[in-house]
Ligand binder design. Structure first.
Ligand SMILES: Cc1cc2nc3c(=O)[nH]c(=O)nc-3n(C[C@H](O)[C@H](O)[C@H](O)COP(=O)(O)OP(=O)(O)OC[C@H]3O[C@@H](n4cnc5c(N)ncnc54)[C@H](O)[C@@H]3O)c2cc1C
Length: 450
């Protein structure tokens, strides 16, 4: 970390052209190539990076100062909270990263209404741990290392999604620094259209500096890991999908298939959370899932939601660029299951993950937020190693899809915007972009052209 303007000559020699280092406001915490801290902040969880400058504001006013500086630089700009972006490029090469990870407070605002305020830099593991003593939880994702900022501006498909909906469905207000540096609040009455857009396309309109949520009462939950025979993967996906859709909303599940290994039995990993702490209910919910294919192994625990989300903190050392494709689907139809089985058999994906996404998500009208894929019961993502290998196979599956949750997608082609934001959502978002970010300052994550 360098607070003053006198970096050593060696560090200075690693500076990137195009960035006016001497103009960085002196009060801002900054890390640049050559600083000892640089190795800890250059990359994100899945992406290798070599930014020219990482600014780490500690207050909303400092976010505005950092943004004013960054806007004036003719280089890329990435906004970073928890550094787990997939679609969001929160690191870059030679550009500026505005890292709000220091804005990581978790406060209870009102016990009676279960209103909490979260900083964008808090991790979902920390949020779960902080809410646990109150007997509360906020549905987020399935991995506690993910940050609040990137997830809560896009959707949030987590372990309690079928029962409690998306994370954004619990959002009651945000504060954000807009492209012009102003700090505004947005909720259902104040800047209501902006609040609509932040819930699904938030990365386009500003840097969110705090989120106010209404959280739920959640006690211990059942958590199961089942290893199932995947020798007929299409049948497995179909049956699992039907079992998930038929289950009460207190069950949420996901299914993972990997690249077939020669000489090894084909297996799938099914994970499930049941929001209940009595073993009978947990087992009753799990039985239909365990019956979709021969069961090779299983593990079932009843544990606090916070224990499920706990992950050790640490710096990120991602390398290269992740390659993933993603989609939402209303149902795992026989045609979709066959196509997905062919994709898995091709070896072009080493990690194919289907998450349940339905239930309470569909209780919210499609035009209530910028997340439009309310009819989808499933969110699919395939990670691969080559764009050339994955794209054609995934593109061919498009007729079976009903939309896109952008947070798992790395394809930057324009069609993806239409998948994620079908009309009239996209037109409404373009109007918001013209109003709040006509210069496209916020462009590191599915930028909506004004
Ligand atoms: C291992 C793993 C598991 C995941 N599991 C789930 C899951 O179960 N459910 C789910 O819904 N998603 C999941 N995701 C996807 C996750 O929601 C996104 O990757 C999300 O963007 C990560 O947020 P972050 O703050 O950690 O990321 P960052 O890399 O810090 O940010 C990603 C992008 O979000 C935007 N952004 C970040 N902070 C702000 C801010 N303060 N204001 C405005 N925009 C901002 C920027 O465009 C940025 O590029 C997972 C990702 C990973 C890597």
């Amino acid at each position: 970390m360098v607070h003053e303007h006198a970096p050593r000559a060696a560090a200075r020699s690693r500076r990137h052209p195009g960035i006016a280092y001497d103009d960085v406001p002196a009060h801002l915490e900054r890390v640049e190539p050559g600083d000892p801290e640089y190795a800890r902040v250059r990359s994100t969880y899945l992406r290798g990076g070599s930014p020219g400058l990482v600014l780490r504001p500690g207050t909303p006013a400092e976010v505005a100062d950092a943004l004013a500086f960054a806007r004036a630089q003719p280089v890329k700009l990435g906004i970073r909270s928890g550094g787990h972006g997939i679609s969001g490029r929160s690191t870059n090469h030679g550009g500026v990263v505005l890292d709000v990870s220091r804005l990581n407070t978790i406060e209870v605002l009102d016990k009676a209404t279960r209103r909490v305020r979260l900083g964008p830099g808090a991790r979902w593991s920390d949020v779960a741990a902080a809410l646990a003593p109150y007997g509360w939880a906020l549905t987020s994702g399935d991995y506690g290392g993910v940050g609040v900022g990137g997830l809560a501006t896009a959707g949030g498909i987590g372990w309690l999604v079928r029962e409690h909906g998306l994370t954004i469905d619990h959002l009651r207000a945000v504060e954000l620094v807009l492209a012009d540096g102003s700090l505004v609040r947005a909720d259902d009455t104040e800047n209501a259209e902006l609040f609509w857009g932040v819930r699904g396309a938030g990365a386009n309109f500003g840097v969110v500096t705090s989120f106010e949520f209404e959280v739920d009462e959640v006690g211990d939950v059942g958590f199961a890991q089942l290893i199932l025979d995947a020798s007929d993967p299409a049948a497995l996906m179909r049956e699992w999908g039907a079992a998930v859709e038929a289950a009460p909303r207190d069950l949420t599940s996901s299914l993972i298939l990997g690249r077939p290994q020669p000489g090894q039995p084909a297996i799938a990993q099914v994970m499930a959370v049941v929001d209940a702490d009595d073993p009978e209910t947990v087992l009753a919910r799990l039985r239909p899932l365990a019956a979709v294919a021969p069961l090779f192994d299983h593990q079932i625990q009843i544990l606090p939601y916070a224990a499920l989300m706990a992950v050790p903190p640490g710096p990120h050392h991602g390398q290269g660029e992740p390659v993933s494709r993603s989609a939402l689907a209303d149902h795992l139809t026989p045609e979709l299951a066959e196509a997905a089985a062919r994709l898995v058999a091709s070896g072009e994906t080493h990690f194919f993950h289907i998450r349940a996404a339905g239930g309470a998500v569909a209780d919210v009208p499609a035009d209530a937020t910028a997340y439009a894929g309310r009819s989808a019961n499933f969110s699919l993502v395939a990670f691969g190693s080559s764009r050339a290998g994955l794209h054609p196979l995934w593109d061919a599956m498009r007729p079976h899809f009903s939309g896109l949750y952008l947070n798992f997608e790395t394809d930057t082609r324009e069609e993806r915007l239409h998948d994620a934001f079908p009309e009239p959502t996209l037109t409404r978002l373009r109007a918001l972009k013209r109003r709040y970010d006509p210069g496209n300052v916020f462009r590191d994550n599915f930028p909506i052209t004004p």
